[in-house]
Write a protein that binds this ligand. Structure first.
Ligand code: ADP
Ligand code: MG
Length: 698
């Protein structure tokens, strides 16, 4: 049995100290073990050789066999290039290099038969191949290769001739050297249950596939293994935490909750809200610390569930805090909740970055002596100066904007971690949730309050404004209000503000009989508030804004959301914006305005928005289109997203299997002490020892 981690790559054939340093610096490859886990990003079938005569415009790649007849330098300056004339007897094709001229001419001799591989491009009436791959015909690797692996390399590596081909050669040399079998990394029972091939076979076939079918089996095994250990690691810690850290017990439903429910609640709870409250009630009564993710579409009534959870806490002598990502949202939560609990005799305060010193001191004192029951706020809540007498419940709204590290700070504000309820309106696809929050329990509000009509979404090109504005006018005449949102990104800030300003002026001109207000991030908070209030109080009929209105703002009378340059927004963001309307009983509309020329991806995004109002479907689609690395929130999530081979967007089924099997093992043997689990401990040690472990706190 061979241990790859004991092999220093410096001493591998084809590496040496310089390349070893480069591999470490560029790809973080330090050992042979790292090297074999550097997986190809694609495979190309090189089992067939074509003739020059056969080349046609539809070929992405072509493999030829022939000789170079002559070399020639052509062009001047930056277009200076080396051209070789290459023939296989059926015709002549030009090979072109823009760099490495001397090296090429020395390496590839005239008259010697080579195998050539590259992308044919039509240039005038002739095909040429730029920077082809050239190999000696008796190259050992090519004999074995039907499917040839391709590896990503960096610019720096390429300029040191450490390209995909070179990596493949190093890999080949390494596997030549490893004559025996590699030490297995999964227990026999797991291999059997998951129907995996052995580690040794998987690694060899991932780099040098013997057939398409073996390649697929290798990919499956390595994906499974990667996800399995990820889950095992998450579950192992959550089990330990449950074991070691008990939660506060809220044993009763008391007067505050009951008075609110019977006297204050302005409507009947939806079935989904009731169900979720029961789930929460079970958690906080269990003696375990609650860690629950509450997913529900915009407007589904999560905030109300949050509030009732806070009432459970106060009934049991605990304080609660509600944290929101922006000041506007925090303020709205504060005002909304304050109104709802009026007369119950509870003290609620608002703490944000702009809270004045005197008020701040008052809040600090009240939280410490327990006279304040609820605090609503922004990041300001996390600061160490904010101390509680007895914090028992933490509610985090729109969680994806909070990093895991920040969340962990809230945990430390009491002797035991308080219960945590994370609310999000950006539903996270199951696969992602499982990886991000392996141990969070998930509740879903999948039902909107009664009487809501689904929002009708329309995609329109920006040259059809006349009909658009006449539709808007109709809504205004019915007494409704309208949002118009412009994109705003930092890189393009100046231009974007110009667009916004211009849009504002245009709208005022087009609708002279209506009042228009404007809100954007550059305004002073007070100014922003005034404008926002004008819209909330229906003094203004149209609000022109940037995405500052994305979260939270609640104006049930607003029935039209117009999104300008919609192509510049991601799916989740579009869905969030759309959620600002459709909050009242009237039919609402969302109009996505784009230019006519759209990329395929953008067109798809618009189609999805038009087709569905379902946040889960949208977030799944977002995951498929963008990949998990780009999804909102994943960067700050603290979980390593450098999955080497598995793809969360595509490998949901494998992930589910991996999770089920990991869960079964952890339940049976929480500390992995059984002899057959020795290998699991060893692998976890190896894979996760170096990483910061966030799973403790998410
Ligand atoms: P979310 O936070 O999920 O976006 P909110 O809690 O802000 O949703 O609720 C959206 C609106 O629906 C609010 O005006 C709220 O008062 C109202 N609402 C919440 N629950 C119900 C219900 N069960 N019946 C009727 N209206 C509700
Ligand atoms: Mg909300």
């Amino acid at each position: 049995m061979l241990e790859l981690s004991n092999i220093d790559i410096k001493y591998l054939l084809g590496v040496g100290p310089k390349r070893a340093a480069l591999l470490e610096k560029e790809l973080n490859i330090k050992s042979a073990d790292d090297l074999v886990h550097y997986f190809p990003y694609k495979y190309i079938d090189r089992s067939r050789t074509y003739t020059i005569q056969e080349i046609n415009g539809s070929m992405l790649y072509v493999q030829l066999k022939g000789k170079i007849i002559s070399y020639e330098m052509v062009g001047e300056g930056s277009s200076k290039r080396l051209v070789a004339f290459f023939t296989d007897g059926t015709g002549v094709i030009e090979l072109v290099w823009f760099k490495g001229h001397k090296y090429i001419q020395e390496k590839y001799k005239i008259g010697v038969v080579y195998t050539l591989f590259g992308k044919p491009t039509l240039f005038g009436s002739k095909y040429n191949i730029t920077h082809p791959e050239i190999d000696a015909v008796d190259d050992e690797i090519d004999k074995s290769a039907g499917l040839q692996a391709y590896y990503n390399t960096t610019e720096k590596m390429k300029s040191n001739f450490l390209n995909s081909k070179a990596i493949q050669k190093i890999m080949y040399n390494l596997f030549q050297k490893l004559s025996g079998s590699l030490t297995e990394t999964l227990p026999a029972q797991v291999i059997k249950d998951a129907k995996c091939i052995y580690y040794n076979d998987a690694l060899r076939n991932i780099h040098f596939p013997q057939s398409t079918s073996l390649l697929q089996k290798a990919q499956y095994r390595l994906k499974f293994e990667e996800l399995f250990y990820l889950q095992l690691n998450l579950l192992r810690y959550s089990k330990l935490r449950q074991h070691k850290m008990g939660g506060f017990i809220f044993s009763k439903i008391g007067d505050y909750f009951n008075s609110f429910y019977t006297q204050k609640l302005p409507f009947e709870l939806t079935g989904a809200q009731k169900r979720v409250l029961k789930e929460i009630r079970a958690d906080v009564g269990s003696g375990k610390q609650m860690n629950r993710l509450l997913q529900g579409d915009v407007g589904s009534g999560k905030t109300l569930v949050g509030l009732m959870t806070m009432l459970m806490a106060v009934d049991n002598g605990f304080q609660s805090c509600l944290m929101a990502p922006t000041e506007i949202l925090a303020t709205q939560h504060y005002e909304g909740i304050k109104k709802l609990i009026e007369g119950l005799g509870l003290e609620i305060v608002l703490l944000t970055g702009s809270t004045k010193k005197k008020e701040r001191e008052y809040i600090h004192k009240g939280l410490l002596d327990g006279t304040i029951h609820f605090v609503v706020g922004t990041h300001a809540l996390i600061e160490d100066t904010v101390k509680f007498k007895n914090l028992g419940m933490v509610i985090i709204d729109e969680q994806h904007r909070f990093g895991v590290e920040q969340r962990s700070k809230l945990w430390r504000k009491n002797v035991r971690p308080p219960h945590v309820l994370v609310m999000t309106a950006t539903p996270i696809p199951r696969t992602l949730a499982m990886t991000l929050y392996g141990d969070l329990d998930v509740s879903v509000i999948d039902e909107l309050p009664p009487g809501r009509k689904p929002i009708q979404t329309i995609h329109q090109y920006d040259n059809k404004r006349a009909s658009l504005y006449s539709g808007v006018r109709k809504q205004l005449e019915l007494g409704r209000q309208v949002y118009i949102v412009y994109p705003l990104i930092e890189e393009n800030e100046k231009l974007d503000y110009k667009d916004l300003q211009q849009g504002f002026e245009n709208i005022k001109e087009i609708f002279p009989e209506y009042k228009v207000c404007m809100v954007h991030g550059k305004m002073k908070p007070a100014e922003k508030d005034t404008e926002m209030q004008r819209f909330v109080n229906h003094e203004a009929h149209i609000m022109v804004a940037t995405t500052v209105i994305e979260v939270g703002v609640n104006v049930p009378n607003a029935s039209v959301m117009i999104i300008e340059s919609a192509e510049r927004f991601g799916l989740s963001q579009l869905h969030q914006l759309r959620g600002r309307v459709g909050r009242g009983a009237d039919q609402s509309f969302c109009i996505l305005i784009t230019s006519y020329k759209l990329s395929q991806d953008t067109r798809k995004r618009m189609e999805i928005m038009v087709r569905t109002n379902d946040g889960f479907e949208i977030s799944e689609a977002d995951l498929q289109l963008r990949g998990p690395g780009d999804m909102e929130g994943t960067q700050q999530s603290g979980i390593a997203f450098d999955l080497k081979i598995a793809n969360l967007a595509k490998d949901g089924q494998i992930l589910q299997l991996a999770r089920d099997m990991a869960s079964e093992i952890i339940n049976k043997d929480p500390e992995l002490q059984l002899p057959e689990h020795y290998i699991l401990n060893k692998q976890l040690q190896k894979l996760f020892a170096r990483r910061v472990d966030w799973s403790f706190i998410s």
